[in-house]
Design a binder for this molecule. Structure first.
Ligand code: PBG
Length: 326
């Protein structure tokens, strides 16, 4: 007769919850928000149920409801109406930061994504060279630092650069100090991979890269990390830590759990993981087909992030997590 050994602790829900090493709480989730200039009414985002492109008005209503639900941390993406190649105007996003913070103050922790892809006419995360054949590092970093300074001054609690230019963390930290915003938290997308899982986001943020005639500008491979390179993720994260990031990030989540595990055990800073639009939408799509139960599948994916070392989870399901994990 086989001895019952490991099954003893699996026998009922109370024993299972008692012996779990990883526990999720709504407190660790960050909800992304999109606010779009010139939009007449909120538009739902294909694939990301319960997430919308908001107008400035609906943004405030949405956040008010979220706070009631128990969601208190947000990552804001501002999408301006006007796209240019250079000389960006960050006022639209700054205004939304001001109105959120003046309305809700310390009830919400507001991170703001810092990137140029929603601002540029070509959709790249930086400024193109004069020849138009590559994304120029230095000019991009300068514009990104300016954006971060503006958002901090408008009241953002944190800025989160997602562009993947070299040296932007140091430049942003310098700009924050210059503006006497030394308390602004810097959450760096330090290990952001060149992924196909960003599809639904690019619709939401109106930020898909346009190739033009240059092969090397057809996608973001010349600045985001190659999926086959753990070392690059490690070096980039170490560099960002040294340049003054407070929180580091792995993105996407599920296809890069090994990276999250290894990085979080080698760099002693808080680690965030971004469950990106495509991986979130994949679970939703399976659920819509009746092939999977969405709540349990989402919780299972989030549990894997915590197990792999993330203390912070950025997810389109943060407001569901607030209900399910109560
Ligand atoms: C902007 C940015 C992207 C995401 C966050 N910030 C898209 C990209 O790099 O193309 C992806 C988020 C998601 O897919 O949910 N650079």
């Amino acid at each position: 007769m086989a001895q019952i050994q490991f099954r003893r602790l699996r026998q009922n829900a109370l024993l299972r919850e008692l012996t779990r090493e990883v526990r999720l709480t709504p407190a660790q989730f960050i909800q992304p928000l999109f606010v779009v200039e010139g939009l007449r009414s909120a538009e739902s985002i294909p694939g990301l149920s319960e997430n919308s492109r908001e107008t400035p008005d609906t943004l405030l209503k949405r956040v008010e409801k979220d706070l009631e639900l128990g969601v208190s941390k947000f990552l804001l993406f501002g999408v301006p109406a006007h796209k240019t190649e250079n000389q960006f105007n960050f006022d639209f996003t700054s205004k939304q930061i001001q109105s959120l913070k003046s309305r809700f103050g310390g009830d919400l922790l507001l991170f703001v994504d810092v990137c140029l892809c929603s601002y540029t006419s070509h959709g790249h995360c930086g400024i193109l060279s004069a020849e138009g054949d590559h994304v120029e590092n230095e000019a991009s970093v300068e514009a990104l630092a300016h954006a971060a300074g503006e958002y901090a001054q408008a009241g953002a609690d944190g800025v989160a650069p997602s562009d993947m230019m070299d040296g932007r963390v140091a430049a942003i930290r310098g700009e924050l100090l210059r503006r006497q915003k030394d308390q602004t938290v810097l959450m760096s997308y330090s290990a952001k991979f060149h992924s196909k899982f960003y599809g639904p986001f690019r619709v939401a943020a109106n930020s898909a890269p346009q190739a033009g005639t240059e092969a090397r500008l057809k996608d973001r491979a010349s600045y985001q990390i190659d999926p086959g390179r753990f070392q690059d993720a490690l070096l980039s994260s170490e560099r960002d830590a040294h340049e003054g990031a407070d929180i580091l990030m792995v993105k996407p989540g599920l296809p890069y759990l090994d990276v999250l595990q290894r990085l979080s055990s080698s760099i002693a800073l808080p680690w965030a993981v971004y469950e990106v639009s495509g991986e979130y939408a994949a679970i939703e799509a399976l659920a819509e087909k009746g092939l999977i139960s969405a709540p349990e599948a989402h919780v299972e994916a989030w549990t894997s992030f915590a197990r792999a070392g993330a203390s912070i989870i950025i997810s389109y399901g943060a407001r569901k997590a607030a209900q399910w994990l109560k």
